[in-house]
Design a protein around this ligand. Structure first.
Ligand code: 7TS
Length: 410
């Protein structure tokens, strides 16, 4: 077993109390906590080199540019990108998916074409495509989930044809922890000449990721779900795809020349980074990547399998608790959604909060998936490197107390 308990000291927030109890933070699928190494990197940037990037000839600007571009190189190496130029900094996963939908989808798709998705997608990988469908008249088609909460590939033969131009799939569900069948979908896409977009918001923070091996055309993810700051995310694209992609925001920094009536774009990745970028946030993400690499992503994943397995085992002891997701921890991620009897998830989360335990309750921005599960809302515990078996025990103890509060033991 991978014991990462020693890391907890790096996360100042974990030593605070909530409602008189030591905080148990089980909401990392929403956003992760930040280690001092990331906080220090952001602080150091603002204290010692704050300046705009790619502009001034002065020393601070050069240092800030080096730090910003250094972060890009670190992210590129973290996902084994062919070049740092394949890494575009965005505001996060949502903005990256919108750039792809508008910058690629809007230009490439024609009426009669199809975009293939799965019903487990986060709203940010559904709604942009619905907006594009309005503009282009394309059809959205969805793969369902099986009873074991896996993406149902048996439907693929029926659905897949030359009209499918884009396949877009989550690498890991933020609700059920289901792993997206990226390899199979990449092979399917090749057979009809479609491109593959992977929503890596939950995958990249938790799983060793190698874009060469993945074989997709685009991979997007958010810094704040992998120990980095908010306001920074990544759109990785194959070099030739980024060339095809049109910019969706115009402004400073993204041009090579501007005339009165037309302009020429800067080279990739600047073409997609109009305006002053999130400099401190990118530097913070670089520090987060360093931190994760020091642990090793294999160890991060091993820890997640271990703690998810332990959670599934312990939650099975809580009477009338239903877990929605695959049962084998080695075939899923660490977002564990559950329902306690017929108590509303918000009420469960509110009781847990009384014990200092932070979980998310609601539809998790995945309403089509909730409809498939036939629930309005779930409570969700999600884990990261700093969580321990003790956190799971505290969750289970509090759920047993919640049962009493709601009169379930009577
Ligand atoms: N895709 C997936 C699979 C996600 O889990 C999320 C955020 C997003 C996209 C959007 O990421 P953002 O950084 O642009 O907001 N998921 C969650 C969650 O599960 N709880 O809060 C946010």
């Amino acid at each position: 077993m991978t014991d990462l308990t020693h890391l907890r000291d790096d996360f100042p927030i974990l030593s605070r109390e909530v409602n008189g109890h030591p905080l148990v933070y089980l909401d990392s699928a929403a956003t992760t906590q930040k280690p001092v190494q990331v906080l220090d990197a952001v602080d150091h940037y603002y204290r010692t080199m704050n300046a705009n990037v790619h502009r001034g000839a002065h020393a601070l600007s050069v240092e800030a540019t080096d730090a910003y571009e250094g972060a890009r190189a670190r992210v590129a190496s973290f996902i084994n990108a062919g070049s740092p130029n394949e890494v575009v900094f965005t505001r996060g996963t949502t903005s990256a998916l919108n750039i792809i939908a508008y910058g690629y989808g809007l230009n490439v798709l024609k009426p009669g074409d199809k975009v293939l998705l799965t019903i487990m997608e986060h709203h940010s990988n559904i709604v942009p495509w619905q907006l594009i469908a309005r503009h282009t008249g394309v059809e959205l088609v969805y793969l369902d989930l099986t009873e074991d909460y896996e993406v149902d590939l048996s439907q693929l033969d029926r659905i897949l044809d030359d009209a499918v131009k884009i396949i877009t799939v989550s690498g890991m569900s933020n609700v059920t922890g289901t792993l997206g069948p990226v390899t199979q979908l990449v092979a399917a896409a090749k057979s009809v000449g479609a491109i593959v977009v992977v929503d890596g918001a939950q995958l990249v923070p938790h799983y060793p990721t190698d874009v060469e091996a993945l074989g997709a055309d685009f991979l997007v993810f958010s810094g704040h779900k992998m120990l980095g700051p908010t306001g920074i995310g990544v759109m990785w694209g194959k070099a030739e795809r980024l060339e095809e992609l049109e910019p969706t925001e115009g402004g400073g920094e993204m041009i090579s020349d501007v005339q009165l009536y037309e302009s020429r774009w800067a080279a990739v990745p600047q073409k997609f980074e109009a305006g002053t970028p999130p400099i401190a946030q990118a530097i913070g993400l670089g520090a987060a990547v360093d931190y994760l690499e020091k642990i090793g992503m294999t160890a991060v994943r091993e820890h997640e399998v271990d703690i998810t397995g332990y959670a599934l085992e312990r939650l099975a002891d809580v009477p009338e608790l239903t877990v929605y997701g695959p049962s084998d921890p080695s075939r899923r991620g660490g977002a564990v959604s559950f329902e306690l009897a017929d108590i509303h998830a918000h009420d469960v989360a509110t009781i847990l909060d009384q014990y200092g335990i932070a979980v998310r309750a609601g539809h998790h921005c995945a309403k089509p998936l909730m409809r498939h599960l036939e629930v309005a809302a779930t409570a969700r515990a999600s884990f990261y490197v700093y969580n321990t078996h003790d956190d799971v025990d505290r969750l289970v103890d509090a759920l047993m107390e919640a049962r009493k509060v709601f009169g379930l033991d009577g």
